[in-house]
Design a protein around this ligand. Structure first.
Ligand code: FAD
Ligand code: EPU
Length: 338
């Protein structure tokens, strides 16, 4: 198993942060990973499993081994009258996988079109967009325990999915390499077009008959108009999660900020848009050194070129403080800080 030394991670993170990894290995399948598990350079080092690097901010050189997951393969596992179970290897590019499913007329992932990154990272934070999260169609995943090499399957409930949360971000953090994910997709679509601008965009596109492809195209159109393309401008999507506050906190908040959009949750709490809070604090479009809050989406912090991870992190801390000072709400990073 080839282990490279002193490798630049610049091509491997969408924030375009130029740091180095002491060791780097690209694993193409489970055999590669089993071999790697035997290597002293792996066993003795701090480890980081990397997908597409689209939800990571590197704040320093990585003093350990970065394992890039490049497992490939998509297959239909089983089907019944209503559903098809599709298994995708962790290294498949998420959006290519979504397009594969759409091509086969399988519904359930169309609202999650164009999210960057790989399949293996999708369960990490239960990726979500436009009213759908992967937990809605997730069946199970296969993982390898990093210390023992033992294979473990996780069913939906065992992943403890929440809003941008899973067991893999919490009690099992850095303990498993996810190798494949199986989704249960619908033969008969149940469209979810109530969220945000989807309906309006479908109208603009003059879509008369709703199809899986049409919903995907609408989502792609909205995302392209709002979010900076990481190939052009370094970023990792929403830097913070939208804060979820109690009903009591919300009543006080909304009496002072009657214009704020808000999303009541089933359990009585209320989600407040972090982008709005950040914009109200005057950060939207502001450039600070090599970094800043994006002009069309305040929640997205960007690298205008040459920013260090610490520069971006310092901006995030400043934004977090000003939101707390103005609204008494603490916004928490969504991006994984390394
Ligand atoms: P990475 O950044 O490589 O890794 C993320 C985390 O997962 C790290 O902790 C890493 O160690 C771990 N990890 C990665 N692969 C594995 C594996 N195989 N096994 C174990 N651990 C692993 N997210 C959303 O939820 N919704 C959005 O709408 C959305 N929009 C975005 C838009 C833009 C422009 C960008 C840049 C990002 C956006 N994101 C969004 C965030 C990001 O796309 C997702 O979090 C994505 O799932 C990250 O995938 P990745 O492969 O790049 O993960
Ligand atoms: N808003 C502002 N100013 C801004 C940005 C947003 O006032 O600069 C307001 C909007 O007007 C709207 C509300 O905030 O009322 C929500 O904005 P938007 O619909 O753009 O979504 P978001 O809450 O900012 C979330 C996810 C995105 C996901 C979209 C669509 C989080 C942290 N982010 O963004 O996910 O694509 O909804 O579902 O939940 C990501 O996780 O990286 C990500 C991009």
């Amino acid at each position: 198993m080839l282990i490279s030394e002193n490798i630049s991670l610049l091509p491997f993170n969408t924030f375009h942060i130029d740091v180095k990894a002491k060791y780097f290995a690209d694993v193409k399948n489970e055999n590669d990973f089993s071999e790697l598990l035997q290597e002293e350079k792996f066993r003795s080092q701090q480890k980081l499993i990397l997908g597409g690097g689209s939800n990571i901010l590197f704040t320093k050189n990585f003093d350990g081994i970065v394992v890039k997951n490049s497992f490939t393969g998509i297959s239909i596992v089983k089907e019944d009258e209503n559903y098809v179970w599709v298994k995708a290897a962790a290294g498949e590019v998420w959006h290519q996988f979504v397009l594969w499913c759409i091509e086969k007329n399988l519904a359930g992932l169309e609202n999650l079109s164009l999210i960057p990154g790989q399949v293996g990272a999708a369960p990490m934070q239960n990726i979500g967009a436009y009213g759908v999260e992967i937990k809605d169609v997730f069946d199970e995943l296969e993982a390898v325990e990093i210390v023992t090499g033992e294979k473990v399957n996780f069913k939906n409930a065992e992943c403890e999915f929440g809003y941008r949360e899973s067991v893999f971000k919490n009690k099992f953090k850095n303990q498993f390499l996810i190798s494949a994910v199986t989704f249960r997709l619908n033969k008969i679509p149940k469209f979810n077009v109530n969220y945000g601008d989807i309906k309006m965009t479908l109208d603009e596109m003059r879509v008369n008959e709703l199809t899986i492809k049409a919903v995907s195209d609408a989502v792609i159109k909205i995302r392209t108009s709002k979010l900076p393309d990481p190939k052009v401008l370094g970023n990792a999507g929403s830097f913070f999660k939208n804060p979820v506050i109690t009903k009591e906190e919300f009543d006080i908040f909304i009496s002072k900020n009657p214009l704020a959009n808000n999303y009541p949750q089933k359990d009585g709490t209320v989600k407040v848009p972090a982008g709005w809070l950040i914009e109200q604090c005057g950060w939207k479009g502001k450039i600070v050194g090599h970094t800043g809050s994006h002009k069309s989406q305040a929640l997205v912090l960007v690298n205008y070129g040459g920013a260090t991870g610490n520069e971006v992190y310092q901006l995030a801390l400043d934004i977090q403080k000003s939101v707390h000072d103005k609204f008494g709400i603490t916004i928490q990073p969504e991006v994984n800080l390394v």
